[in-house]
Design a protein around this ligand. Structure first.
Ligand SMILES: *Cc1c(COP(=O)(O)O)cnc(C)c1O
Length: 376
């Protein structure tokens, strides 16, 4: 049995009441005020005597939550009326199939173009092969995904060109999105959703699983330019069909109501702190602090091309796997959680999503310096 005190602990404290910083790549840390509000209203949502999880998705209370979430997303991103915002089941990866299912039918060639900038990007391309012809137009695989590859001229009869805005595993991020002319640009924004100012009018579709910057896992926010609707393959299940989802206001079936509720609270929090401009400023400050520390060190090594460094996922290496393990364990003991790199690449990865505080990054930098010093 957990003690009463532990049960009442602050979200970012451990059982001993000590401040913890969670660098998990996802599911990831959420804003503390959001977690507090969830706790306050969990059993009795606004006097209903029931949890938001326990009421109908067609109830006025939940419909208000969904409307607010969509409205806040539109407001914060400055989204034009040409786009719809959908909450779709299945997280980021379900969209790897939903995108081709909804878009290949637009062109006779059924051709799709992919930029292979990391592990998720490669998986997205593989997933599309079941629905159309896949061309990988650019790849940085040969250099270990240490950069965003240059996009060469490509066929303009394709249904879309797909990029991964932020490569979570390797720690690279597009600075400037490619100009794709008449071919719709599709972006997986899972690991940078709402983390920097983005001009959505550049995209045909932008989708992101919520569990890195917005809320719990299992739901994606999908932004679709409305003129791309209406071409889903007949085999597309209704809950993945953008056209049907748009018509039903994301309520083709029962959505993950709790996830949408948390997304609404996170969007509200973002608005209160000053919106996307402010969160981008904070994210930039956090990443700059950490990269400066790494660059000044003769001990830690970064391999990503500096121009392509991610603000969200900072990756680096120690001289040996043994030291890396020691580093991750010792950091954990000091309340700096989940710093191990992705299992496919090893090393260290610090994820600095929206809810990570500058305090957390300062604590990490202090730990990095101390660990390096004790190795000298
Ligand atoms: C985490 C992640 C995914 C996978 O999301 P799921 O919700 O687990 O399917 C896809 N793309 C990127 C870029 C990610 O970071």
């Amino acid at each position: 049995m957990r003690t009463v005190q532990a049960a009442l602990a602050q979200p970012t404290r451990d059982d001993a009441g000590r401040r913890v910083h969670n660098f998990s790549p996802g599911p990831a840390t959420l804003a503390e005020p959001v977690m507090q509000q969830i706790r306050e209203e969990l059993l009795n949502y606004r006097g209903l005597g029931a949890s938001i999880m326990e009421i109908s998705h067609r109830s006025p209370e939940f419909e208000a939550v969904l409307d607010d979430a969509v409205g806040l997303f539109r407001e914060l991103t400055g989204l034009s009326a040409d786009y719809c915002v959908l909450f779709v089941h299945g997280g980021g990866r379900m969209q790897f199939a939903a995108v081709p299912m909804n878009l290949v039918g637009r062109v006779a060639s059924r051709k799709t173009l992919y930029v292979e900038s990391g592990l998720f990007a490669a998986t997205a391309a593989q997933s599309a092969a079941a629905f159309g012809e896949v061309q990988v137009v650019a790849s940085s695989k040969a250099t270990g995904f240490d950069r965003i590859p240059e996009v060469p001229p490509f066929d303009d009869d394709a249904a879309y060109l797909h990029i991964t805005a932020n490569n979570t595993v390797h720690g690279t991020q597009w600075r400037q999105f490619p100009d794709t002319g008449g071919v719709p640009l599709v972006a997986d924004v899972t690991s940078e959703l709402l983390a920097r100012v983005v001009d959505y009018s550049r995209f045909g579709v932008a989708y992101g699983g919520m569990q890195k910057n917005v809320g719990p896992a299992g739901t994606a926010i999908v932004v679709v330019r409305k003129d791309l609707l209406g071409h889903a393959l007949p085999s597309t299940p209704a809950p993945l069909n953008y056209t049907e989802m748009e018509r039903a206001g994301s309520l083709v079936n029962t959505p993950c109501t709790f996830n949408i509720y948390v997304a609404k609270l996170t969007l509200q929090w973002l608005k209160e702190i000053g919106g996307i401009t402010e969160i981008e400023r904070r994210n930039r400050a956090k990443a700059t602090l950490l990269y400066q520390c790494l660059d000044a060190s003769g001990f830690y090594a970064t391999s990503v091309r500096p121009a392509d460094r991610s603000m969200m996922n900072v990756t680096f290496r120690l001289p040996s796997p043994r030291l890396t393990e020691q580093f991750v364990d010792q950091a954990h003991a000091e309340g700096l959680y989940a710093l191990a790199g992705h299992r496919a690449v090893g090393g260290v990865r610090a994820s600095l999503y929206n809810a990570m505080s500058l305090d957390g990054v300062q604590a990490l930098v202090a730990f990095l310096r101390e660990f390096e010093r004790t190795q000298a």
